[in-house]
Ligand binder design. Structure first.
Ligand code: PNS
Length: 181
């Protein structure tokens, strides 16, 4: 096990099975892994910061050396503030490499002592991204197996709020009918 704190920064909107796979792998090689959710992104998120934190906390509850936090501003500044020595990022395919390399080198330019460590999630998640999960779910497609069950449920509730009431048997709400083309 590596001595030290690593940070796994990202938007996590929402957490996918690929993210979770990486968190599990990271938790095995670092003493402490801080999953850091960016607070103010330029993008409008599907899930609020509170919802993303709640999901991550629930999903990582069994990993004792994983902590969930938020950050704003420069990631390297936040990393320094919690005395992290490594940044963990996932690389799924060659297409990720260019962006990740650029980011890692820029971060190194700002803070040369902070190392970026890349890990690959399981190959079965190599095509899974939060953006595609959101798009498929919004268009009514299946995301089972791509996100943890708790996230799948949250997506259902977000896209069809009556689903929450149905689950709790509070009211009988008819399911939305698909529009005819
Ligand atoms: O999950 P994402 O959206 O790919 O994560 C990107 C993230 C949050 C890691 C990146 O945008 C970031 O670190 N933002 C914080 C601002 C910052 O430090 N920018 C300089 C990056 S070189």
């Amino acid at each position: 096990m590596n001595k030290g704190i690593a940070i796994y920064p990202g938007s996590f909107d929402p957490t996918t099975n690929g993210h979770l796979d990486l968190i599990q792998r990271g938790s095995k090689i670092f003493e402490e892994l801080v999953v850091a959710v960016l607070r103010n992104s330029e993008k409008t998120p599907m899930f609020s910061l509170g919802e993303r934190l709640e999901m991550l906390k629930e999903l990582t509850a069994d990993l004792s050396n994983v902590r969930i936090d938020t950050f704003d501003g420069l990631m390297v500044e936040y990393a320094k503030s919690i005395e992290a020595t490594c940044v963990l990022r996932g690389i799924r395919a060659v297409s990720d490499y260019e962006y990740e390399l650029q980011m890692a080198l820029m971060n190194r330019k700002i803070e040369p002592t902070l190392e970026t460590v890349f890990m690959m999630p399981a190959d079965k998640y190599s095509y899974v991204s939060s953006r595609l999960v959101r798009e498929v779910a919004q268009l009514g497609g299946p995301v089972r197996g791509l996100v943890p069950e708790a996230v799948e449920q949250k997506l259902r509730e977000k896209l069809d709020p009556a689903d929450k009431l149905r689950q709790r048997n509070v009211i009988e709400v008819p399911r939305r009918r698909k529009k005819k083309a």
